[in-house]
Ligand binder design. Structure first.
Ligand SMILES: [Zn+2]
Length: 109
C-alpha cells in the first residue's frame, strides 16, 4: 500500500533540480529516513514531457504526476515503460539501479 495524499514527498524533486550535496537515496521529507527515491520517464526522445515519481521505501509515501523532465535526464534502459503505473511498486523493485542512475546523471551534469 502506498500513501499518495501528502505532497511533501514531492520535495524530493529539489534534490535533482537544485545542486545538492546529498546523493540518492535522499532524506525523506516526511519521515526523515534516508529512503527517498525519484524517477522521471521522458515519453519521447527530445521532448520535455514525461512523468515523475517520488517515493519513500520507509514510510511508503509516493507521488506521481506528469512533469517537465529536466534537459539532462535520460531514461534508464532497464525500466520497462509498460510496467510503470501511478504507484511505484515496479520502481521500488528497481530502486537500487534507479538511485545509481540518478547519482550518475547528477554528477555528469
Ligand atoms: Zn519516508
Amino acid at each position: 500500500m502506498w500513501i499518495d495524499n501528502d505532497d511533501r514527498i514531492m520535495e524530493i524533486l529539489d534534490y535533482i533540480e537544485k545542486p545538492s550535496k546529498e546523493c540518492f537515496p535522499v532524506t525523506c521529507p516526511i519521515c526523515g529516513k534516508r529512503e527517498g527515491h525519484l524517477y522521471f520517464h521522458r515519453y519521447m526522445q527530445g521532448n520535455a514531457r514525461g512523468g515523475m515519481w517520488t517515493w519513500c521505501s520507509a514510510c511508503r509515501h509516493s507521488a506521481h504526476a506528469t512533469y517537465r523532465v529536466p534537459k539532462f535526464w535520460e531514461n534508464l534502459k532497464d525500466i520497462n515503460f509498460a510496467k510503470l503505473a501511478s504507484h511505484p511498486d515496479y520502481l521500488e523493485e528497481k530502486k537500487n539501479c534507479i538511485d545509481e542512475w540518478n547519482n550518475k546523471l547528477i554528477f555528469k551534469r
